[in-house]
Design a protein around this ligand. Sequence first.
Ligand code: ATP
Ligand code: MG
Ligand code: FE
Length: 342
Amino acid sequence: QLILAIESSCDETAVAIVDVEGNLLANQVSTQIDFHARFGGVVPEIASRKHVEVIVGVVDAALEEAAESLGLTGGAITPAELAAVGVTQGPGLVGALVVGVAFAKGFALAADKPLICVNHLEGHLFANKLTTPDLEPPFIFTLVSGGHTMLVHVRAWGDYEVLGETLDDAVGEAFDKVAKALGLGYPGGPIISRLAEGGNPKAIDFPRALNSRGDYRFSLSGLKTAVTLYIEQETAAGRAIHLPDLAASFEAAVFDVQYKKAKCALRETGAREYCIGGGVAANPHLRQMMIEKLGRQGIRVTVPPQNACTDNAAMIAVVAREKFLRGEFAEFTVDADPNMTL
Ligand code: ATP
Ligand code: MG
Ligand code: FE
């Protein structure tokens, strides 16, 4: 029994196929980054149009890849051979989501298959199941993505206690804005993280906001301003900015806070497991820091595969499979919901 899942919440058109045992048989991602990069961020109208252009091709590629994974010689899997069709319902850009949801509805209806709606944020969480199938609540989960920063106590699957969120920018957004201020390009996360490899994280003492024990709220706008001011000051003084040091110090300021709050939440809830998700979880320094520091305290730390942190459909397929096993299907009257939360 095969489940096909579609993700189109932002600027990736992605389609994955899993079998009912959870094996990933296809994982196609078509990214639009090149079309948005010149604007320094995702342009919603362009995103919707690109999804429309490529979605059929990406689905076909996934059906072919799954046939190859299964060692079938007769060509691509046909829609009739699927057990269900999953799709990201939200949150995200409404015009982008609508393309995936409308396509999934039509595709499922034509093939007479049930439809499954998936919360994109739950997808980022369930990406951890790709590396750790036996991950079980209770645990603490940090979501650090382009649009969200959340510290969550997962008491049971589906029972999410959001301990804290950001008051202003999301972590990924802060990476993107800092890279933009430095004229480094879009998206900023991978650029800054590569630069930080060769930098000294203690070179510049950037502020750590809302850093007191038990406060699970996040704020990144002050840090963003501090970085901008630093760039202005150094430029005005005629000093060259050492990019690796700046990148490493910025990362340290962001990740120190993430670590402290996660540690505190683990203590307070008594949870012994921790995992992380969202695009920023691809950052090697963040992954390493959590694995080493929390690991030393006897916490089992799970991270998603590095390529399943930014948007993909494999993580959507994992959630769709769970829902399929529980028989949680959606009506064909559903709509995209850009404001979904955990
Ligand atoms: P959301 O999931 O909240 O709706 P999104 O889907 O747009 O938002 P993701 O795809 O999960 O966001 O993550 C994209 C973000 O991850 C971007 O802001 C990007 O800069 C950041 N990012 C990607 N790789 C890295 C990295 N190595 N280090 C830091 N940030 C990174
Ligand atoms: Mg993206
Ligand atoms: Fe995302």
